[in-house]
Design a protein. Structure first.
Length: 393
């Protein structure tokens, strides 16, 4: 096997330095809007309100402050943040700074403290509202129609629902973006993905809770029930992150909502509960899930898990950034090249909501760039991309 190339050394890293750029807007428009919404949703006292305001100021104008030594994850962040502390936020890589912002947001909301906000998921009001919204009820009802489809059509529908479910991301809706429609696929390796799903261990790295998680769980149920997976390992976040990212309790809430509904949903929810009991479905919340790093820097235990999987399915935009590297790749850079370090077959199911794009054919890339330069952040396109170690030979 030839040595994998390391093309990410060549593409520029994405930072928040340029006023008006997408990452700059995340810090200067999206984050203030998020904090306003948090303060409306939860009755935080003076101390937390001041801490949120201080975090906004620091992250927009100042240097990165380190965690205090009392923080439970101090040691972890000493490693993850040693290059960044004491230097301006805007000069950090976007992936690092956005991830650290969410870590610090939890702290500002008292999540790690010894007061009444300890352990409170500050995004829970939004997550619960999504579970109670008509769109979620509509998704549950749509499972009956999906169930009635012929096998091939049903698999296509399950996959597409999981892909476009990624639009239902609260960070995206806070930015005033539409989530109702589905757009076009800019790359579609779905046939290759189904071929890989041949009855082995499948790892699914989940993204958002709510509608996206519902679609992912329904897909997982199908993989198990149809023998396309012997076992599924579902990785979620160990703590609240990027607004609506799923944690273990979000999985349980979603299962509850399914089992409390009518039609196909309770049957699927019941099978998933049984799969959890039988260990055919394993729920994992690895600390690396909230790391400000790409998968290239994954720890050994995760590497082993991915290596042992017949395929790892990465959901969502952030996982894509972490997988490909948060860089301004030419969009025709082969997906297999940017994921050459990955220890096994990997598939990305993602709606495109940030600037990182790889693996497009020349014509599609040219057409998309020419038609609307903002296509990378508008959620109008999605990708299903697959790379296996063979592609790298
Ligand atoms: O929920 P997803 O699909 O990972 O998307 C989150 C995306 O939202 C943002 O936080 C802001 O757009 C991106 O930086 C990130 O990639």
């Amino acid at each position: 096997m030839s040595q994998p190339t390391v093309p990410d050394r060549e593409a520029p890293s994405i930072t928040c330095d340029e006023p008006g750029s997408f990452p700059w807007q995340v810090f200067h428009v999206r984050h203030p809007a998020l904090i306003r919404r948090l303060l409306e949703a939860l009755p935080y006292g003076q101390a937390e309100r001041q801490a949120f305001a201080a975090l906004l100021r620091e992250s927009q104008h100042d240097q990165v402050a380190a965690l205090s030594p009392e923080a439970p994850d101090f040691e972890l962040w000493q490693v993850w943040g040693k290059e960044q502390y004491g230097r301006p936020w805007r000069q950090q890589g976007f992936l690092w700074s956005e991830s650290y912002f969410y870590r610090r947001l939890l702290q500002a909301g008292g999540y790690f403290g010894d007061g009444g906000w300890r352990g409170v998921d500050l995004f829970a009001p939004f997550k619960h509202a999504e579970l109670d919204a008509p769109a979620f009820t509509g998704d549950l009802a749509a499972l009956d129609r999906q169930h009635a489809l012929a096998d091939g059509e049903r698999e296509r529908s399950l996959l597409m629902t999981a892909v476009w479910g990624n639009l239902a991301d609260l960070g995206f809706t806070i930015a005033g973006k539409e989530t109702g429609d589905t757009g076009a696929l800019a790359a579609d390796d779905s046939d290759r993905l189904w071929k890989l799903l041949d009855g082995g261990l499948v790892t699914v790295v989940a993204d958002n809770s709510g509608r996206e998680l519902l679609a992912d769980l329904v897909l997982v149920d199908h993989l198990l029930a149809a023998g396309r997976a012997r076992e599924v390992s579902l990785l979620v976040k160990p703590q609240p992150y990027y607004i609506s990212d799923a944690t273990p309790s979000d999985v349980l809430d979603c299962l509850d909502r399914m089992t409390g509904a009518a039609g196909a949903a309770p049957r699927i929810g019941g099978r998933l509960r049984q799969a959890l009991r039988d260990d055919r479905l394993r729920l994992r919340a690895h600390p690396f899930g909230c790391a400000p790093l790409g998968y290239r820097d994954m720890p050994g235990d995760l590497r082993e898990e991915f290596a042992a999987s017949t395929v790892t399915i990465m959901k969502g935009d952030l996982n894509y950034r972490r997988l490909a590297g948060d860089r301004l790749w030419p969009p025709t850079t082969p997906f297999a090249e940017v994921t050459a370090y990955f220890p096994g077959p990997v598939a990305a199911l993602r709606t495109v909501k940030s600037e990182v794009v790889t693996g497009l054919d020349r014509r599609t890339a040219a057409e998309l760039e020419a038609a609307d330069p903002s296509w990378r952040t508008s959620g109008t396109h999605a990708v299903i991309q697959v790379a296996t170690p063979r592609d790298r030979e």
